[in-house]
Write a new protein. Structure first.
Length: 384
């Protein structure tokens, strides 16, 4: 892919992690490197620390901060950060060299000299457009060693690994709720600020993200179920729901415990395991009956029962429910839509539980002796 630039390429030496794959990983701190020689030099730092040798021995330490460098030239360039040699006139921030300063200035000016020849989108640095080019090429050099999912950028892989380990490094300062991704924390903050600028055009419900508006419309206001399970034919409104459902058939367990070898199909299973087996995390306790829950959401729903609060109102009758899931189960009464069917006799049912009970009776009547253990395969879903 060609890169169109309106700037002198000598002005830009922006080195970000997305420039090229970094296959060499330090087993001590997980830092990644492009070449093995860099990894070996980095390892010496850990070795000297383990031996009790100060970083001043064989390392060049900055007198202004705690950073140390393996090379005198690295230290010399770093010292420019503490001087005013390469200082931004707009915000006062200092940089190692003029190239970094010039890249930084584009944040203030809004200049984006590098243009994608495929879609015309413009970027501030060579590294940014190199990462963007993978959107068009489909290249995904960063691969997860747990589930083989691949990413076009290292940051995507790093965030993804939090799902497997259960690590949630981004904490809300208001309620201590933790998240795997910084973007999720940013969206969560709207709960406290009340800022929900994106409105649904059908019901005027507000959301913190435009993506949430479309998901809301697809799941609440639409009856379309375009996502089909290739194993049992069940249909879903959202692709995320189909992805979760597929684990029932594939027995995929993408969530692994950082303390032991146990793996789990669902994130909530991992959370519960960490609480029960490794005493990691916090239980949410009901103030009334002291019953414990491992998610704040479950405690909230439980509290409604004590308070008599039923905020979910059926649109067809006076029925009120404590939770959205109970309301959804109730609303099946008001529709003739029968999603589930028995593959033996093709009889349709409104609820999954009904077809499961029917299937055993039907199988006995017809003399079916197939795999009862794989019951989901005996249940079909339809949008007829």
């Amino acid at each position: 892919m060609e890169i169109n630039s309106a700037a002198d390429s000598n002005d830009v030496t922006d080195h970000t992690r997305d420039c090229k794959p970094r296959p060499y990983v330090c087993t001590v701190c997980d830092k990644r490197f492009t070449v093995k020689a860099s990894l070996n030099r980095h390892r010496k730092r850990h070795t000297e620390q383990d031996r009790g040798i100060t970083l001043n021995t064989g390392w060049y330490s900055c007198t202004q901060c705690e950073k140390s460098f393996s090379n005198r030239n690295y230290l010399r360039r770093h010292m420019n950060v503490h001087s005013s040699k390469y200082k931004c006139a707009e915000c006062g921030k200092c940089f190692q060299n003029n190239s970094y300063l010039m890249v930084h200035k584009r944040r203030h000016s809004g200049e984006r000299p590098f243009e994608c020849s495929v879609c015309g989108k413009r970027f501030k640095t060579v590294a940014n457009i190199a990462a963007h080019s993978r959107v068009h090429s489909g290249e995904k050099p960063y691969k997860c060693q747990v589930c083989d999912k691949a990413f076009s950028q290292y940051g995507g892989l790093k965030n993804h690994m939090n799902l497997h380990t259960g690590n949630r490094p981004y904490k809300c300062e208001v309620c201590d709720k933790a998240f795997s991704h910084s973007g999720d924390l940013k969206k969560h903050m709207s709960v406290h600020t009340g800022n929900r600028p994106y409105k649904c055009s059908l019901c005027n419900k507000g959301f913190s993200s435009s993506n949430y508006v479309q998901k809301h419309k697809d799941s609440v206001h639409s009856n379309r179920r375009p996502y089909h399970c290739p194993y049992c034919g069940m249909k879903f409104k959202l692709s995320d729901l189909l992805k979760h459902h597929l684990r029932v058939h594939t027995d995929a367990k993408p969530y692994s415990c950082r303390h032991c070898s146990d793996r789990f199909r669902w994130l909530d299973q991992l959370k519960l395991h960490l609480l029960k087996s490794h005493d990691e995390g916090s239980w949410f306790t009901c103030d009334v009956c002291e019953k414990k829950f491992f998610t704040r959401r479950e405690l909230k729903w439980h509290s409604f029962q004590h308070e008599g609060v039923k905020p979910y109102l059926c649109s067809e009758c006076p029925m009120r429910c404590c939770t959205a899931s109970v309301l959804k189960a109730h609303q099946v009464v008001h529709t003739d839509y029968r999603q589930f069917s028995c593959f033996l006799c093709c009889k349709y049912f409104k609820r999954k539980g009904q077809v499961v009970r029917h299937f055993y009776r039907c199988a006995k009547k017809l003399g079916y002796s197939g795999p009862f253990g794989s019951l989901p395969n005996a249940i079909r879903s339809s949008s007829h």
